[in-house]
Design a protein around this ligand. Structure first.
Ligand SMILES: *[C@@H]1O[C@H](CO)[C@@H](O)[C@H](O)[C@H]1NC(C)=O
Ligand SMILES: [Zn+2]
Length: 287
């Protein structure tokens, strides 16, 4: 691993910014936007057609995904986004451990630090008035092609992470990657969320939907056969006890699955079907 530090200094703007009220975060776990059922079906038809046209190679060795970590900051304090290399490493190690046995591993190529108060405070999830700042940051900093994972840490108030799906690479190359709220890493003092959201977001980046996608007990929803039907996301603060939002369907809610919204202490697995889907998605859209 090579940790080098690049500082990009830009104009500091004075910004008044209203912060949350403290206590438990009242924001979405994940901001990755769910496509409509029609879009999901159309996208899946395309994916299945390309799988037929170009079958994916067998999974032999793990694919190693190069990772560029972009730490944006307003000033050199924690509140200003200046997380330490140890905190980046801890977040990265959590990502690697979540994907053990999945066919994917990760190599941290570089941590790039960007001193840019505008980016740190204004890059948001799904916020049209500041979307041009998001575009600007990613256009100026993204490294590599479709196989390279770029992770940006920003102040973000409206979500704690979001990702771009692999099939969108062709239409939006420069925004491809994962955006994370800067304080999401292990031992950050939050006993509900200590870094597994990054595993979840990279699951999206490799083509997984939520296990509760479509919020329905019927239909393909996440297009993974071995994740039980789930009509509703598990509430992050409701513990890991068994739940069943689809009692007429086989299986309990997958509360231990990385693609649910349970507390991080519950999340320990991807199913074989999800691993197969990530492999197929990677080979189709990123390899
Ligand atoms: C650093 O930046 C954060 C976020 O904008 C701000 O809340 C904090 O007051 C700043 N601290 C200093 C010492 O300037
Ligand atoms: Zn998600």
């Amino acid at each position: 691993m090579k940790l080098s530090i690049l500082a990009f200094v830009s104009l500091a703007l004075s910004l008044d910014f209203v912060r949350g009220q403290g206590g438990l975060p009242q924001i979405n776990t994940c901001g990755t936007i769910s496509p409509s059922p029609a879009e999901r079906t159309a996208q899946e038809a395309q994916y299945q057609a390309s799988l037929k046209a170009k079958p994916v190679p067998e999974r032999l060795d793990d694919v190693v995904i190069p990772v560029y970590y972009h730490v944006t900051y307003a000033n050199q304090t924690f509140a200003g986004g200046y997380i330490s290399n140890q905190q980046v490493q801890a977040a990265f190690d959590m990502l690697v451990s979540g994907f053990q046995g999945s066919g994917f591993t990760f190599r941290l190529e570089e941590v790039q630090r960007h001193n840019n108060p505008t980016w740190f405070t204004l890059v948001e999830w799904n916020n049209p008035p500041t979307e041009h700042i998001n575009q600007e940051m990613k256009m100026q900093t993204r490294v590599g092609g479709p196989r390279t994972l770029n992770i940006w840490t920003v102040g973000m108030q409206r979500a704690i992470g979001y990702a771009q799906y692999p099939w969108d690479y062709m239409i939006a190359k420069h925004t491809d990657g994962v955006t994370m709220k800067y304080d999401i890493f292990p031992n950050n003092g939050d006993s509900y969320r200590f870094g597994k959201t990054l595993i979840h977001e990279v699951g999206h980046w490799l083509g997984l939907y939520h296990t509760f996608e479509g919020n329905s007990c019927f239909g393909d929803n996440d297009f993974v056969a071995d994740t039980p039907a789930q009509a509703q996301a598990t509430d992050t603060f409701s513990g890991c006890g068994s739940r069943d939002t689809c009692p007429t369907q086989p299986g309990l809610d997958p509360v231990s699955n990385y693609m649910d919204y349970s507390s991080d202490v519950c999340l320990i697995q991807f199913t074989q079907g999800q691993k197969d889907r990530m492999w197929g998605q990677y080979q189709t859209f990123r390899a």
